[in-house]
Design a protein around this ligand. Structure first.
Ligand SMILES: [Zn+2]
Length: 506
């Protein structure tokens, strides 16, 4: 076996070769089946995914969740929809997934919000956490199995800091804060800068100036515990170092290791979190030496790229700052937003536009129309899913989640199905097989409806029923008035041999 074989560096090894990657991933044993591959920020390469579970059944994943001080914007949701896609795809592949997404409910911006709103901490964060999950659900994201709040893990956070102090890697400063020493960490044989190559010389040059402002020994050191200051108000906890609150980075180390164990499979987040947040998570978790000899905190780090809106970085002053609810107010649905966010590859920066949302509506209505016709033909027939379609879809996603390829397969299938439907060439059981395939695909994409009326608001179906009653009573004036009202609300009625059908105006 050649070590410098480019195929091995890309991690796309086939055949029965056993490999040890230098970052300590488990031995890779490739099977005949197409392997699932991801770009791992840790190795800076596309690698085959091998779960830690020796039985190969379970996957443990963590995604950094929202900081609940305001309504989340669609840039935030790009990361959560991406994490949801990864979780759903693992499940599609047959893995039992344990998915954790934390809620950061203590942090500088939150404390400022608590001060300004004069609300107790839990009321303030609870309000935004509630709004977050409403939007999260509207965008079709499956609720993670655990959504721990940082403030409910203070004991675990303190225990982790104590471990770092005991190992000589963390120290208490004069003001009562506790810092992580990168120098001591490296001195203990660890590497800081696993996700990102850092220029420490550059960082040190600014050190003397900055050290006048901080209590910490070195500019690169970061806070694990922040001593209480007057501005914190009632937001503080007792600790062995005095009253204070945890730093942001330590929260994720403590919660992920408590819920998923000291080593787990996948850690996700937006690319803006690579440094310092994720680098610090590795340092804290591995610095505490919680892992077994030779094992890492996390085997695969996956990062989603930025979102541009209308070609620019989102900003309130440019008028391109959207929350999901801003878009609902413009009459776009959660599935349209989700579809648009899912059209781009996760590692590409993506330009999100209102035009793109109109395009999403058209694309989804093409799928919806095809499914509606399939349901009419299938009637009560049932059949197993078409494995050829599922295989093509799966091959695309196995390739580092090549979503454009996956959508390409879906729309090719829609085109072909429409052609067969138009020629009355599908039997009831073939239509049922097509529907079963879609259900499988949609278990990953999460954009479709399994029942015809699931996406039509109750008010609209109510109006349709009233129109039917008016027609039955031969009150055509009333029936026309309801049709106009539906049109004004963005819906048209198509009369089909099987009765009227509602269709959204795109
Ligand atoms: Zn985090």
């Amino acid at each position: 076996m050649e070590v410098n074989n480019p195929a091995i560096e890309r991690g796309s090894v086939r055949g029965d070769i056993n490999l040890h990657f230098s970052f300590g991933a488990p031995t890779l044993i490739c099977s005949v089946e197409m392997p699932l591959k991801f770009f791992n920020t840790l190795s800076r390469s596309v690698q085959e995914f091998v779960p830690r579970d020796p039985a190969g059944k379970q996957v443990r994943m963590y995604c950094c969740g929202p900081t609940v001080y305001d309504v989340a914007h669609i840039g935030n949701f790009r990361t959560f929809v991406f994490a949801d896609l990864v979780r759903r795809y693992f499940e599609f592949k047959g893995y039992a997934v344990e998915h954790v997404m934390n809620i950061t409910d203590v942090e500088d911006k939150i404390i400022k919000g608590v001060r300004n709103s004069k609300m107790p901490l839990r009321d303030f964060t609870g309000k935004y956490e509630g709004l977050f999950f409403e939007d999260f659900q509207a965008l079709g994201c499956l609720r993670p199995h655990h959504t721990p709040r940082a403030t409910e893990f203070i004991a675990e956070i303190i225990a982790l800091i104590e471990k770092l102090i005991a190992r000589g890697i963390a120290y208490k400063a004069a003001d009562g804060s506790v810092y992580f020493s990168i120098e001591k960490y490296q001195g203990a044989g660890h590497c800081y800068g696993q996700l990102l190559k850092l220029n420490f010389e550059e960082m040190r040059r600014g050190e003397r100036v900055s050290n006048d402002e901080y209590e910490k020994e070195s500019i690169a050191d970061f806070a694990l515990w922040k001593a209480r200051v007057a501005d914190d108000g009632d937001v503080f906890w007792a600790s062995p170092w005095g009253e204070g609150r945890p730093g942001w980075h330590i929260e994720c180390s403590a919660m992920s290791m408590k819920l998923l164990g000291p080593s787990f499979d996948v850690h996700m987040g937006g690319e803006d979190l690579v440094f310092p947040h994720h680098e610090d998570e590795i340092a804290q978790s591995e610095g505490a030496a919680a892992q077994k000899q030779g094992e890492h905190f996390v085997n695969y780090w996956l990062h989603g790229a930025h979102l541009l809106v209308e070609g620019k970085k989102m900003s309130k002053s440019l008028g391109n700052f959207y929350t999901a609810r801003d878009l609902f107010a413009k009459n776009f649905s959660g599935r349209e937003i989700r579809y648009l966010l899912l059209t781009a590859h996760y590692r590409e920066s993506f330009n999100f536009t209102l035009d793109g949302l109109h395009g999403a509506r058209t694309a989804l209505s093409r799928i919806d129309e095809c499914l509606t016709k399939l349901r009419e033909v299938a009637g009560t027939a049932t059949a197993a899913a078409d494995s050829a379609l599922l295989q093509k879809f799966s091959e695309a996603l196995d390739d580092d989640l090549n979503i454009s390829q996956a959508w390409g397969e879906v729309f090719e299938w829609v085109r072909e199905t429409n052609r067969l439907l138009a020629g009355n060439q599908l039997s009831a059981s073939q239509a049922a097989a097509a529907l079963a395939s879609w259900d499988k695909i949609n278990s990953v994409l999460g954009v479709g409806t399994t029942s015809q009326d699931a996406d039509i608001p109750a008010e609209i179906t109510g109006l349709l029923e009233q129109r039917q009653a008016a027609r039955k009573a031969k009150d055509f004036k009333r029936s026309d008035a309801i049709r106009d009202e539906l049109k004004a609300k963005g819906w048209v009625i198509e009369d089909t041999p099987k009765g009227p059908r509602l269709k959204r105006i795109s």
